[in-house]
Design a binder for this molecule. Sequence first.
Ligand code: NAD
Length: 247
Amino acid sequence: MTDQRVIVTGAASGIGLACTKLLLDQGARVTAFDIQGELMAENLPADEANLHLVGGDVSDPTVCEQVVAETITQFGGLDALIHWGAAHSSARWDELGADECNHIMAVNVTGTFLIAQAAAKPMIEQGKGAIVLCTSTSVLYGVTGGQGQGGPAYVASKGAVIALTRSLARALGPDGVRVNVVSPGITETAMIEEYSEEQRDNMKQRFPLGRFAKAEEIAEAGLFLISDKASFMTGETMHVNGGSNFG
Ligand SMILES: NC(=O)c1ccc[n+]([C@@H]2O[C@H](COP(=O)([O-])OP(=O)(O)OC[C@H]3O[C@@H](n4cnc5c(N)ncnc54)[C@H](O)[C@@H]3O)[C@@H](O)[C@H]2O)c1
């Protein structure tokens, strides 16, 4: 892992924060990017040589270009993007309005495309790169929202990320850029903070391992996919869900 120059999104919290810390521990140089810029600065260690922070919205194309440009200025290039950042919506089908639906699509679908597009350009120039996106087990399960669970806008947006991964993998593969997607099961982060204790106990019964994931366990899948150990993987969905969704 040493010496990789990586952009990590969603780095203020949860899986993105865990991923940034793991990468720094392993000697990578990281641009951490999140809309919650202050929280990100509070949660990450000051490390001017190896860590660059950018606060901003991933659905803004100018910001995405800026994140990539600053990474190249700071670290001399870009080897990988791991994009965990996402907006959540638990509105059920009969509660969801156009504004919330459009916002979730703008952040989770358009934003995912924009940061991948910006990152792919320098990777194509150097003939090598790895992009990791993030979907959700909720796409397999078809969760319906309410009580903090993903609703139709969130689930649809995460389904689109799988399709986007495949389209980008085919488009960028000939230039040496691999694109894969991690599909986490339920993970102990801010995204599930509205779950009740009863709900958590019921949901854990779906998990052969009897528990939800730790953020680090999902982050490790991202680290594997950007490494040369995954050099023949592209367009793939990597499921990391404690067995909650097989069969
Ligand atoms: N926690 C789970 O149970 C779970 C399950 C399946 C998939 N996921 C996915 O894992 C990824 C990480 O989520 P998490 O669980 O760590 O949640 P989290 O809420 O802890 O982290 C999400 C991060 O994304 C950032 N973000 C939101 N909107 C943004 C925007 N417009 N621009 C830039 N950053 C933005 C947030 O500020 C936050 O720091 C997400 O893609 C999520 O959909 C999570």
